[in-house]
Ligand binder design. Structure first.
Ligand code: PLP
Length: 394
């Protein structure tokens, strides 16, 4: 008799964004005409840059011509994009071959799907709070999860605890939701720990384009030893505004082997079974985003968001509200004033300032008492929000 996957029953009810929407709609219904500003969104808002658009238009034209039409592409992505990604690693002094890169439709699916190539009953180590996909996909696949505490004491950058013996370690830097960024020494500690435990680090670098401090690592592969224990997952979503276009990639060093088997080879096999490639048009757009011109244009958008983040961060500083992030990340993670819990602060912001943010408790128990603001909104909204926040009495 057929049964459902019982692991679904183990998922915590994910009510974060639904509850945000419910409270916001309820407020708007009671206060018609209220100008509610959304500083909670994790989605980009600025349009694609010109180089990307030009490349995609040209690719559309190619698809309309029998001589240049493309059907199914390679599972691992077109050579032109894998070469462009490989060259983009050189900016950080990292040597990655095009054949170590696997193009996909984005980092969300990759961070979840990559678990399939590892033993099903392995232990997964995840920082708390976290991007929820790591937790939910580990639960769905029946894995045991150990959490490592990210908190105010460690600036939300936890370091390894050698008493825990994971097989898989999820790390995200710059972090969603906290905006915290690991430095090279801290990442070296994680690499050493992974090597000692013969574990694999799944390093989510989706926000690397927001790093401006030249000392901070953009990639796990800037760390010695990482090519023997790490897989990197990256995305065009946040850096190039591709959330609605969909393109990401996984980087697996060729020398990463488990029991004599190539991990990259396993991933390619998995992809060839379940994935039929990212569209040619998208991949042309992604390659254009990595051209010098494309990077320059994308930089304007990133600077715009980061300008928003700096203004929000300066306001919180003036108000003596503890926070991190916002400098090398689009997110600001603040401690709710007056020991309020995350949802209490949400209600105060909504009711007294008509601002919607994201309660930290939605990202894990250690997020309770914290709150995420995003800089992906418009400058005009951020300026208005700042005036309103300043008028609040805490
Ligand atoms: N990883 C992190 C940490 C994210 O915050 C997000 C999206 O918000 C993703 C991955 C998903 O990226 P993509 O749009 O490439 O699926």
């Amino acid at each position: 008799m057929i049964k459902l996957n019982e692991n679904f029953n183990k998922l915590k009810k994910n009510y974060l964004f639904a509850e945000i929407a419910r409270r916001t709609e309820e407020y708007k219904a009671k206060n018609p005409g209220a100008d509610v500003i959304k500083l909670g969104i994790g989605d980009v808002t600025l349009p694609l840059c010109k180089s990307v658009l030009d490349a995609m238009h040209e690719a559309v034209n190619e698809m309309g011509n029998a001589a240049t039409f493309k059907g199914y592409g390679p599972y691992e992505g077109y050579e032109f994009l894998r070469k462009a990604i490989s060259e983009s690693y050189l900016r950080y002094g990292i040597d990655i071959n095009p054949d170590e890169i696997y193009v996909s439709d984005g980092a969300k699916s990759d961070t979840a799907n990559i678990l399939e190539i590892f033993e099903a009953d392995g232990n997964v180590l995840i920082p708390n709070p976290t991007y929820p996909v790591y937790v939910d996909s580990s639960i769905l696949s029946g894995r045991n999860i150990s959490y490592i505490d990210a908190n105010e004491t460690n600036n939300f950058l936890p370091l390894p605890d050698y008493s825990v013996k994971p097989g898989i370690i999820y790390l995200c830097s710059p972090n969603n939701p906290t905006g915290a960024v690991y430095d090279k020494n801290q990442l070296k500690k994680w690499v050493d720990y992974a090597l000692e435990n013969r574990a694999i680090i799944l390093f989510d670098a989706a926000y690397e384009a927001f790093i401006e401090d030249p000392e901070l690592p953009h990639s796990i592969f800037e760390i010695e030893g990482s090519k023997d224990c790490a897989i990197e997952i990256c995305s065009f979503s946040k850096g190039a505004g591709f959330t609605g276009v969909r393109c990401g990639y996984v980087t697996i060093p060729n020398n990463l082997m488990i029991d004599g088997k190539s991990v990259g080879g396993m991933w390619l096999r998995r992809q060839s079974i379940k994935f039929n490639g990212t569209s040619y048009i998208t991949q042309r757009g992604a390659a254009a985003a990595l051209s010098e011109e494309g990077m320059e244009q994308a930089r304007h958008n990133i600077d715009y968001y980061k300008g928003n983040a700096k203004m929000l961060s300066n306001t919180l500083k003036e108000m003596n509200i503890w926070h991190i992030g916002g400098e090398n990340s689009p997110y600001i993670w603040l401690k709710c004033p007056n020991a309020m819990n995350s949802w209490e602060f949400f209600d105060i912001l909504l009711n007294n300032a008509n601002i919607v943010g994201t309660p930290g408790s939605g990202f894990g128990t250690n997020g309770e008492g914290f709150f995420r603001l995003s800089s992906f909104g418009s400058r005009e909204d951020v300026e208005k929000a700042i005036q309103r926040i300043k008028s609040l009495q805490f």
